[in-house]
Every structure is written in structure tokens, then in C-alpha cells.
Unconditional design. Structure first.
Ligand code: ATP
Length: 487
């Protein structure tokens, strides 16, 4: 895997080639009266009946998931008033409801069963005149959906005109495609190999919300893994080196990676896209999704893994006029001297594309634990690998030689693990308070130097999750942490 760090502002033609200028749009709807604008696919309807008989909802709300819509409708009294809802008796997700919720809703004419679900684009177009506004409840105030480009633009150079318009990258992937030939021409890599990049991307999201789930400036982690097109594979390679085999490898490996950093609950799922969900250039795509508290019972995407064929390189080759083919000298006709003639092709690509901020948010949600019985009733159960503080070293009391031993152990641990995270030390306050503070920060282990240490060179290790304390030789502390980080 080769790492790159490409530019935020690329040549504008890059975004023409990638299709972002023409197609990186969200459908938007305006409310003519209040002048507010929202994403058409975020309009959720409160429908009477389950399934609803009428395609036009009784009321609407703007929310990125059904879960968020239900939350808003059931807690926001002002919204309920606007919707004509007097009370909601109960809320539940019935068996097999699949993203739609029912409730005992009172509109003033007896309690009815309701469903909350997305208003389809077709209904928005065909029933614009009857559609209630999410802001005023009035019918007919909404425009039909119009396309809105999500790229931030700026001007490169002193003249602010169309010719100098440039864009902040909406994804890091295109920088990788543009540098791919430079990478394989100048590094000793052979297809299959990958190029990886982590960097900031910008999208003019209309409704940034849910903490860092949807931001206008966010971090992405992307890999373009270049593979040999199936038609050039020979013998056993047809199975081992096949693009679909690589796709499956990355799909499963990425899922295991999210699990390995602590997303181990049933809130993490791998969802293979159905054929009709695939982009036209993709043969297979899957999403790794997490059930965030604000998307529940639905899921939000953390990462997409797609087999994109050679679509991107073909586009960049076409728009730049530069030949981007890879010359594979291990293939082609066998020459009299036993070597190969070589073949040139545009490699196919498997693209894992993940959101770093979203991932961190998922880790925070997963780690957040409430236990009223503990001195720190809220604590963070981070996997040691991801915990920002790897360990803490405490002298039980700030005297009797204990601080000196603690300071020595602290220095040793910092030297060994300091590049992975923080190692804390603290001699103030009661030991219980110091443990509680570390629990809240998600530090997995605290090592305490006490009277015994002075006698037999052992320390106590306190486990954050169980609160249990054990003794161990001070010389084994570093290896103990090392093992936990690998677990
Ligand atoms: P969504 O459907 O949630 O808008 P997307 O399918 O457009 O996401 P991609 O273009 O596939 O997302 O981007 C790859 C990853 O980048 C996503 O899986 C997500 O984790 C992250 N991501 C995308 N948009 C944002 C954003 N506005 N804020 C934070 N992370 C984002």
C-alpha cells in the first residue's frame, strides 16, 4: 500500500472527469413562504394508517432518518401543534416494520395508527400542490425538487470569473486516481497494489447535523486498490486474483477492522447492495453501517466498499488526454527467450471509502456506558487500541518513595507506548477519584504503586470495565499493556 497526500484544490477538469460537476447533486425543495430549503430525500411524512392509504402525508418533518423524525415528532410540542397532533399515546417499531414506526396518534378525532416514512420523490413531484410544508403545515408551499450541487467553489487567481472557478475536493479519491500513474511509474509496485489517503473533504451539505455525522468539512480515509482486469488473468489466478475475490477480501477485511477497534456489537452491520442500488459502473458495492442512537432503529453509513471497474481511470484518461494505462510485463505472449511481451491495460479498482469523523462518533457511541452503581456512573469503554489514554500510573500517596517509582514506570511506559496514546500520571486526590476520572476518559488500566510495591516490586492493576484489582510484578506492566493493545 502506498500512502499519498494530494491537494484539496485540484484542476477543475478533475471534477468534470469524475462526474462531480454534473452529478454530485442533492435534490432540494424550497418552501416558497418561509424561504427555507431542505433536502428532498430528508422529507418524512406522518401518514395515517399502516400501510398508509393516501400518498400525501398528514404532516411532514425534515429529518435525515425515520428515527430522527419519530424523535422530533414525539418530543417537540411546537411541531406537534403545527402537525395538529394532540397527543401520542405510544411509539413502537412493530415486527417487520422496516424503518417505519407506528404510534397511537390523536389528531382530535380519536386515536389512529400512523406511520412515519420518507416522502418519495415521485410523490413530491406529483402531489406538490397538496404536500404540507414541514415549516408551516400549509399545503402547496413547496417547490418540486431541484438539483443542488454539493461542491464548495472558489476562484483560483486574481480574476473571479467562471474560467477561474475551482473546487474544494468533495472526496479524496480523485486525487489518488490522478496520481496513480505517477505512483506506479516511480515506485516498485506491481498491480495488484493499493494507494491510500486520509484527508479533509468538503461538501456543502444542506443539513449538517447529528454531531460530526454530517459535517461540511470532514475527514475521509480512502483506498484505491488496483487489480488486474479478469480478461488478463491466467490459470489459478482466475480465482485467486479475480477482481471479485479482491472485492470480497476488502469488504470482509474492512468489516473486521471496524470490529477490531471496538465496534463489536450488533449495531455494526455489513449490507450488500442489491443490483438495482448499484451505480452504473459498479458490479458490487457494500456498506458498513452503524446504528447510531440518532439513526436507530435505522443505520448510518460508515464506509462503502465498491468494485468500480476501470470507470474512474477511463474518465480521467478521456478528459486529460494523457495515457493512464499500466504496462504489465508479467503477462502477454511468451517470447522465445521465455520472457513475456507484456500487456497494457487500465487496472480495475476496489475502493473502500470511509468517514473518519463518523467512525470516531460511532466509537464514542459504542463506548459510552452508564452504570449508576459506579463512582463514575458514566464511563467510556474504549478498546485499548483506540483509547486516547492507554494507561495511568498512580502513587497511592504522594510520599514514602511511591511518587519516584510511579514516575519511573510512567517514563518507561511513555517511551514504549507514547506514540500510540497518552500515559497519565497523577498524585493528587483520593485514589477512588483518580480511578473515576480515568474511567470517564476511557483509560483501560490504572497501575497503582503502594506500600506493597516498596516491599516486593508489585503493583495493582485496576481494570476499567470490571473495577477489579489484581497484583502483578512491576516489570510485567509494559508487556501486559502490549498484549491488551493487540487483543
Ligand atoms: P451519505 O449518504 O451519508 O451522504 P455518501 O454515500 O455520500 O454518504 P461517500 O461519498 O461514499 O458518502 O463518502 C464516504 C464516507 O465519507 C461515508 O461513508 C461517510 O462515512 C463519510 N461522509 C460522507 N459525507 C460526510 C459528511 N458530510 N460528514 C461526515 N462524513 C461524511
Amino acid at each position: 500500500m502506498v500512502m499519498v497526500d494530494t491537494r484539496i484544490i485540484q484542476h477543475p477538469k478533475v471534477w468534470e472527469a469524475s462526474g462531480h460537476i454534473a452529478g454530485f447533486n442533492d435534490p432540494m425543495v424550497d418552501d416558497r413562504e418561509t424561504k427555507q430549503r431542505f433536502r428532498a430525500d430528508h422529507l418524512r411524512g406522518l401518514y395515517v394508517g399502516s400501510p398508509p392509504a393516501n400518498p400525501v402525508p398528514k404532516a411532514t418533518v425534515v429529518a435525515s432518518t425515520e428515527g430522527e423524525a419519530v424523535e422530533q415528532i414525539s418530543t417537540d410540542k411546537k411541531l406537534q401543534k403545527l402537525m395538529g397532533v394532540r397527543s401520542i399515546a405510544k411509539q413502537f417499531a412493530p415486527e417487520g416494520a422496516d424503518g417505519a414506526w407506528l404510534g397511537g396518534v390523536d389528531f382530535g378525532q380519536g386515536v389512529v395508527t400512523c406511520t412515519v416514512q420518507a416522502v418519495s420523490m415521485e410523490t413530491l413531484k406529483s402531489h406538490a400542490a397538496q404536500m404540507p410544508s414541514p415549516f408551516t403545515g400549509k399545503a402547496g408551499a413547496l417547490t418540486e425538487p431541484k438539483q443542488f450541487n454539493l461542491m464548495f467553489h472558489t476562484y483560483a487567481g486574481a480574476v473571479f470569473d467562471e474560467a477561474n472557478k475551482a473546487y474544494l475536493r468533495p472526496e479524496t479519491a480523485q486525487g489518488i486516481f490522478c496520481q496513480a500513474k505517477n505512483v506506479w511509474d516511480t515506485n516498485r509496485v506491481r498491480v495488484p497494489f493499493g494507494i491510500a489517503q486520509t484527508g479533509t473533504s468538503f461538501r456543502n451539505e444542506v443539513t449538517p447535523r447529528n454531531f460530526t455525522f454530517r459535517s461540511r468539512e470532514f475527514e475521509q480515509m480512502e483506498i484505491e486498490f488496483f487489480v488486474v482486469p479478469a480478461e488478463h488473468l491466467e490459470g489459478d489466478e482466475k480465482t485467486t486474483n479475480d477482481p471479485m475475490a479482491w472485492y470480497k477480501f476488502f469488504r470482509d477485511w474492512r468489516m473486521e477492522w471496524w470490529q477490531s477497534i471496538g465496534l463489536r456489537s450488533e449495531n455494526l452491520i455489513l449490507r450488500e447492495h442489491a443490483q438495482d442500488e448499484l451505480a452504473h459502473y459498479s458490479t458490487a458495492t457494500s456498506d458498513i453501517e452503524y446504528r447510531f442512537p440518532f439513526t436507530s432503529p435505522g443505520f448510518g453509513e460508515l464506509e462503502g466498499i465498491a468494485y468500480r471497474g476501470n470507470y474512474d481511470l477511463t474518465q480521467h484518461q478521456k478528459h486529460s488526454g494523457a495515457k493512464l494505462e499500466y504496462r504489465d510485463t508479467a503477462r502477454g505472449e511468451v517470447l522465445p527467450n521465455g520472457s513475456r511481451r507484456g500487456v497494457a491495460y487500465l487496472p480495475h479498482v476496489i475502493e473502500p471509502s470511509a468517514g473518519l469523523d463518523r467512525g470516531v462518533l460511532a466509537i464514542l457511541c459504542e463506548a459510552y456506558t452508564v452504570d449508576p452503581a459506579r463512582p463514575s456512573p458514566e464511563f467510556m469503554k474504549f478498546h485499548p487500541r483506540i483509547a486516547p489514554i492507554k494507561a495511568a500510573v498512580f502513587p497511592l500517596v504522594d510520599k514514602e518513595g511511591m511518587p519516584e517509582i510511579a514516575s519511573k514506570l510512567h517514563a518507561e511506559l511513555r517511551k514504549r507506548f507514547g506514540h500510540l496514546g497518552m500515559i497519565e500520571t497523577d498524585a493528587k486526590q483520593s485514589i477512588g477519584k483518580r480511578y473515576a476520572r480515568m474511567d470517564e476518559a476511557g483509560c483501560p488500566f490504572c497501575f497503582t504503586i503502594d506500600g506493597e510495591t516498596l516491599k516486593d516490586q508489585t503493583v495493582t492493576v485496576r481494570d476499567r470495565d470490571t473495577g477489579k484489582q489484581n497484583r502483578m510484578p512491576i516489570g510485567e506492566v509494559a508487556d501486559f499493556i502490549d498484549k491488551a493493545l493487540r487483543g
